[in-house]
Ligand binder design. Sequence first.
Ligand code: T4K
Length: 376
Amino acid sequence: MIQPFSKPIYVTRPILPDLKSVVTHLRDVWDSQLLTNNGPKHQLLEAKLRDYLSVPALSLFNNGTSALLVALRALELSGEVITTPFTFAATAHSIAWNGLEPVFADIKNDDFTLDPRSIEKLITKKTTAILAVHVFGHPCDVHAIDEIARHYNLRVIYDAAHAFQTEIDGTPIGQFGDLTMFSFHATKLFHTAEGGALAMHEPEMKNKIDLIKNFGIKNEDEILFPGINGKLNEVQACVGLATLECVPKEREKRRRLWSAYAKALKNVPGVTFLEMPEKIQNSLQYLVIRINEKEFGISRNEVYSRFHDYNVFTRKYFFPLCSNFNCYRELPSAQKNKLPVANQVVNEVLSMPLYGSLTEEQVIKICSILVSFRAS
Ligand code: T4K
């Protein structure tokens, strides 16, 4: 009989840098009395992250959602934007909040990212962009998507909320598409408690985006257009500066835990693992398993519930599918028969605990609990 964990095990826990390193940065902020509006800590973090993510230009935001809102706005889109239903609410909502129509395309069965063939079928005269998601840190088929975009003259925005440091064949993920959004929410590998960023190719685009996220204010006398407040503040920047130092160690720990999961679940019938092809550097953001009810014996939902008895809180990301939300379900593209893969995958995947303060022993125990569900 396996005993439950004495303390809850969550799907993730944030990096918590040594408080002293945060306070060191905060002391400078207190001395300067500059708490927000592109202060010195913001500027320092922006420069450091631009280098860290190897992107030509970067603009920080108060969260990933406002970064996405501004990305769509900056590209001056109209009409329809093709996106995935298998994502967090923020992706589809950012399209709707811009007065655009989300058009849902189906996903691939192997890595859960947008299926380029499905995208192409949905392009109409009204389509102006593709908003694709690097799901669980696994990159989209960026080459196929870029080719479609070029052919139909569409803009491409990548939602890389989960893809901090993902690389394809050595190319950092932020270099693809017109704009790439990163989330720095507390649940993300690198975080600023709440925060986000847009990566772009041109300094002119950064200038435009920096204006949009600061109300459209050019100077004290000129406001150019209706902007928004998307600014990251100095306290968030201090958390980010201290957290960034911890990222390499966190990644190393997560890599070891990933191997422990892979070893323990290798031969469990009905459980598969989202494998990364060799040319992909994984962000190590989420470790996702897929449960085949017929082979495993019980459903994903049952596994999720039974884990609670052991004090283990996995997550059913991304259930429910965006296309099944009340606000989108009537859209022609949201019909279940048009999105067969997404509607199946969303009932089979489970995000397992993965974070640096978890131990290999705990991972082995989590896997034993999972295996015991099969036997019982
Ligand atoms: N695009 C995609 C593809 C996204 O996944 C997201 C966000 C976005 C866009 C938007 O980016 P942001 O605007 O958020 O920057 C979480 C996050 O709130 C959300 O950021 C994230 N995706 C989504 C996938 O997950 P919940 O509802 O699962 O969060 P919550 O509070 O249940 O946290 C999960 C677990 O993490 C908790 O059980 C315990 C642990 N936790 C959480 C927080 C907040 C901590 O240990 N400490 C914490 O401070 O949404």
